[in-house]
Ligand binder design. Structure first.
Ligand code: CA
Ligand code: CA
Length: 204
């Protein structure tokens, strides 16, 4: 009797251990999603440290702090802090850009359309938000799905290129699982000063 009880206890313990070791089931991905680009965080300086508009450079300390933040593993906190530094630099007399641009979504080897990233009257900001927001509906989560975009600083005479960015499938899946407006860190992409792009991805 005692040995049977011991066996039962051992098997229950095994079950409990087995359950504790189980990983929660990963929710299956939907076939189609809705993708929006809500906004971006842009460096307060051009790649050479100069202001976007006006004369002079942005204080090196602000750019070093932003560089450090970009290396942290918490994109949401980093995006918020970088936005704060950019605003602070703007408040200290540097002139932020007038950012606008466009983005194109590709899936299955074809374009699902290009969207304007703009908001009329939006001036002097390193944290632009886009009217709409620009959205693609019924986007298949194909292996090659991605968004390719470009931001430009609107100037009176000749515009400044801010930078290009790419958002790939892994980013879209991360945003889908986050169920919130999600910052994609793009500061390490190509030569450009676009640091984060805020996206939303929802099942459809
Ligand atoms: Ca400019
Ligand atoms: Ca400006």
């Amino acid at each position: 009797m005692a040995s049977r009880l011991l066996l039962e206890a051992a098997s229950l313990c095994g079950l409990a251990l087995g359950c504790a070791a189980c990983k929660p089931a990963v929710e299956p991905l939907p076939a189609h999603v809705r993708v929006s680009i809500d906004g971006a965080v842009i460096s307060p300086a051009k790649a050479d440290g100069r202001q976007w508009d006006g004369m002079g450079t942005v204080p090196a300390g602000a750019l070093t702090a932003i560089g450090d933040l970009l290396r942290t593993a918490h994109p949401a906190a980093a995006a918020a802090s970088v936005a704060g530094f950019a605003a602070e630099a703007a408040g200290a007399g540097t002139e932020p850009p007038e950012p606008f641009g466009s983005a194109e979504l590709f899936a299955g080897g074809r374009s699902l359309g290009r969207r304007a990233l703009d908001r009329s009257g939006q001036r002097d900001t390193c944290t632009p938000g886009w009217k709409g927001p620009p959205t693609w509906r019924r986007v298949p989560l194909a292996p090659d799905v991605h968004v390719s975009g470009e931001l430009i600083d609107r100037d009176l005479v000749s515009d400044d290129v801010i930078g290009r960015f790419a958002i790939h499938r892994d980013h879209l899946v991360e945003a889908l699982r986050a169920r919130t407006v999600y910052p994609v860190a793009v500061g390490n992409q190509a030569a450009g000063q676009v640091l984060f792009v805020w996206i939303e991805v929802w099942p459809e």
